[in-house]
Design a protein around this ligand. Structure first.
Ligand SMILES: *Cc1c(COP(=O)(O)O)cnc(C)c1O
Length: 393
């Protein structure tokens, strides 16, 4: 048998199920307006919350770093890949996050895959929110600890699991996203931290969508709730609001020392490239200098959410710039996304299995890079497409 038959049949199955897709191509930088498949559209689907992905100061810093440090780190950190600017970035990030230490990874996903198995062992229990990000789920799979799942953001359920199981384990870890990416809601961290303290459990928060968005100047969900020093492991990404690539863990120096010996992405995968590191240092500087970008982001989010509500759309439980426009029916969701694109606005349609069946949504991601004209143009498109498909009156 032709060895490719297997893959051919798998792809045919996707086509039969109507979920086969061709990747759209962006012919330029990630910005407020993008050149998608060679057509200019307003971009309401990136994680580039602060517009830093195409920021002149970051680009300049990256170019200078290439001249000084070259293109690649050349090795994993534990051999000769540990360039001084990477250590500088870790110091700057720790200062910014107001935590003792930071360890950088090559991505947020890779940080969860590396950290969770390295800090847990057989005889431990991990209790995880049911809507946690895929990279947490995979990190937990790589761990030898037992796991339990609590209902989304349900601290009563978490308390029940702790009461029932905590005693049987050496150590207990509670893991949650800070901001949930499909609904834009925020984890009930004050209650989670209180429960953890009662049971002497560790708290691990993946704040990929909170970093650069919530808290003073984008310091994140822990800062937003004034919980500094009470969360043991804080994961952030450098790939979303920060606009570059990479992930990090903010934690205690002791934990960092251990991870430098045991987190497999630090031992077996090449360190971040200098251009990305330098651009990230510049991004942290920009955020430390002023709250202008985070304020613009929240102003844009408030303006657009109000516009959508006034038009009669359902924007769910969102408390952040992640704004789901809940449609329900899967086919109608995808049709709506297609119609919006025809009107000149890109908003990705998200359906089962990424979200529960019957809760299809077009997910709007606001950014500080959007102008008022972009937002008004997009609201007009929502109005036209929504009426055409009879989603609104
Ligand atoms: C996006 C995301 C990640 C992955 O971050 P990358 O830096 O893009 O790899 C991890 N965790 C959460 C919760 C995310 O939303």
């Amino acid at each position: 048998m032709d060895k490719l038959t297997y893959f051919h049949e798998k792809v045919e199955e996707l086509k039969d199920a109507g979920v086969y897709r061709v990747l759209p191509v962006n012919y330029g930088p990630c910005a407020n307006v993008i050149n998608l498949n060679n057509r200019k559209v307003v971009n309401l689907s990136s994680n580039n919350y602060l517009g830093l992905a195409d920021h002149p100061r970051l680009k300049e810093a990256a170019k200078k770093a290439i001249d000084k440090y070259g293109i690649g780190a050349g090795s994993v950190r534990t051999i000769v890949g540990n360039q001084d600017i990477l250590e500088e970035l870790e110091r700057e990030l720790a200062k910014f996050k107001r935590e003792e230490a930071v360890v950088c990874f090559q991505s947020g996903l890779n940080c969860n895959l590396g950290v969770i198995p390295a800090i847990t062992e057989k005889g431990d229990l991990i209790i995880s929110d049911e809507l946690n990000h895929a990279s947490i789920i995979d990190g937990v799979r790589l761990s030898r600890a037992d796991k339990a799942i609590f209902r989304h953001a349900d601290t009563e359920h978490l308390a029940e699991i702790l009461a029932e199981k905590a005693e049987q384990y050496k150590r207990v870890f509670i893991i949650t996203d800070g901001v949930f990416s499909m609904d834009g809601d925020i984890a009930p961290l004050p209650e989670i931290v209180e429960l953890a303290e009662k049971y002497n459990a560790y708290v691990y928060v993946d704040d990929a969508h909170g970093s650069g968005v919530l808290g003073e100047g984008g310091r994140g969900t822990i800062d937003h709730f004034h919980l500094n020093g009470r969360v043991d492991f804080i994961v952030g990404t450098l790939s979303k609001a920060i606009g570059v690539i990479g992930g990090y863990l903010a934690t205690k120096t002791k934990v960092k020392e251990w991870l430098l010996h045991r987190a497999r992405p630090l031992l077996f995968s090449t360190a971040l490239p200098p251009a990305a590191i330098a651009a990230t240092i510049e991004a942290v500087k920009i955020l430390s200098e002023s709250e202008a970008l985070t304020e613009k982001l929240w102003d844009n989010a408030a303006y657009f959410k109000k516009g959508l509500k006034d038009l009669g759309f359902n924007t769910g439980q969102s408390k952040t710039p992640i704004t789901p426009v809940i449609i329900g029916d899967e086919a109608l969701t995808m049709k709506f996304s297609q119609q919006l694109l025809e009107e000149g606005v890109f908003v990705s349609g998200i359906v089962f299995p990424t979200v529960p069946p019957g809760t299809g949504r077009c997910r709007v991601m606001l950014s500080a890079s959007h102008t008022k004209e972009d937002l008004d143009f997009a609201l007009n498109a929502f109005s036209a497409a929504g009426r055409k498909l009879k989603i609104i009156k």
